[in-house]
Design a protein around this ligand. Structure first.
Ligand SMILES: [Zn+2]
Length: 382
């Protein structure tokens, strides 16, 4: 009797030890959920023989392979082969794993086949028609799922805005999501030499359902022949994957510790390069870019990145690659501002973008009728 009790006790202790060491091990890892968009009968976008679901999977597997070389990282895949996974299940895989980051990987497409460049999205409200269009396209797939009407009650796939009220409650992950998105776009820009269209906000179902810092990457337009060929190539995919993995490592080191591995990224060439030559016509800008006019009768937010007594030209080379720089002169100083928007959330994204470009002490400055006002006044006056 006594003996069997002892055996039982020992058994329980051993069990406890195993469980606790397992817990310690799993909680000790930085967990990344990689989500290759689409799959099986859902091809995503298809143009010129390039198929989004295949490119997304190709890149995801490459990102995963790089990350898995670090034993302190655990990679969770929503799919590792050509299978169909519901959008909500993709998010739930990340939720169940208690992932530190969720990365959904896609390719963009546009009827205007000249459009090219990369975008990284965070969850949120967007008043930009082109961002909403991208979200709508990526959300549409739920109509291929069984019982989508009950599963996504209250959501209308034709109107991604219907996700927005629920979104506002998820602000807690917004800052890190934007930071992550900025790092990805920054790598695409500086390390990969691609054209970046920036960090954007739009209501994606797959992001909406995941509860952690999360982004959706549109790696480029497969409707653009040259960019599509780049994304479809082994070499293109490998370097895009390295750029994404590098951004993931940076997030890990920043928020979780550890050291940064050296990842050699090969710069891309030709149209996939970032420089807007004459060829990036104003046609494309007016059709697909997010440069919506700012309403100057309302509050306008800018991000001050630098103050200096001497004047410098407001070109990107002088501002760590930031474009859209303006300046005001005040008390003998030139104050350089990045961006211009009526939307405070967008201003916060621009602030994080400025910070990831090295402007650590950048801050938001609200203006009304050309005069600086306080943030309190700004937020009250809407
Ligand atoms: Zn997609």
């Amino acid at each position: 009797m006594k003996l069997s009790l002892k055996i039982k006790e020992v058994f329980v202790l051993v069990l406890l030890f195993i469980v606790s060491s397992m817990l310690a091990q799993s909680s000790g890892k930085f967990k990344v959920t990689l989500d290759a968009g689409h799959g099986d009968h859902d091809f995503g976008a298809t143009y010129h023989g390039f198929i989004e679901k295949n490119i997304a999977l190709g890149v995801v597997l490459k990102v995963g392979k790089i990350l898995e070389q670090d034993p302190t990282i655990q990679v969770i895949y929503t799919r590792k082969n050509d299978s169909f996974i519901d959008l909500v299940e993709r998010a739930n895989i990340a939720n169940r794993a208690n992932a530190n980051l969720f990365v959904s990987i896609h390719c963009n497409a546009n009827k205007n086949q000249e459009a090219y460049g990369t975008e990284t999205y965070v969850m949120g409200l967007s008043k930009s028609a082109s961002s909403l269009e991208v979200a709508k396209k990526e959300n549409e797939v739920i109509q291929m799922e069984k019982d989508y009407k009950t599963k996504y009650a209250g959501y209308n796939p034709n109107s991604p805005e219907s996700l927005i009220s629920a979104t506002l409650a998820q602000e807690e992950y917004l800052d890190q999501s934007i930071e992550f998105a900025s790092r990805i776009q920054d790598n695409f820009d500086v390390k990969l030499n691609r054209k970046v269209r920036g960090v954007k906000q739009a209501p994606f179902m797959v992001l909406h359902k995941a509860f952690m810092p999360r982004v959706l990457i549109e790696m480029g337009f497969i409707s653009n022949k040259e960019e599509g060929a780049y994304l479809n190539s082994e070499e293109g995919q490998l370097n895009v994957a390295k750029s994404i993995a590098d951004a993931i490592f940076r997030m890990k080191v920043e928020h979780f510790g550890g050291s940064m591995p050296v990842i050699e990224i090969q710069k891309s060439e030709k149209t996939t390069v970032k420089k807007d030559t004459v060829k990036t016509s104003s046609k494309e800008t007016s059709k697909t870019s997010d440069n919506k006019p700012v309403d100057t009768t309302k509050v306008v937010y800018k991000v001050q990145v630098k103050a200096s007594s001497s004047h410098v030209e407001t070109k990107p080379e002088n501002f760590n690659g930031l474009s859209k720089i303006s300046f005001i002169s005040e008390k003998g100083y030139y104050k350089y501002m990045y961006g211009e928007t009526n939307d405070y959330n967008e201003a916060k994204m621009q602030l994080l973008e400025a910070k990831t470009r090295g402007y650590d002490s950048a801050f938001i400055v609200p203006f009304k009728n050309g005069q600086k006002i306080s943030l309190n006044e700004a937020l009250k006056s809407k």
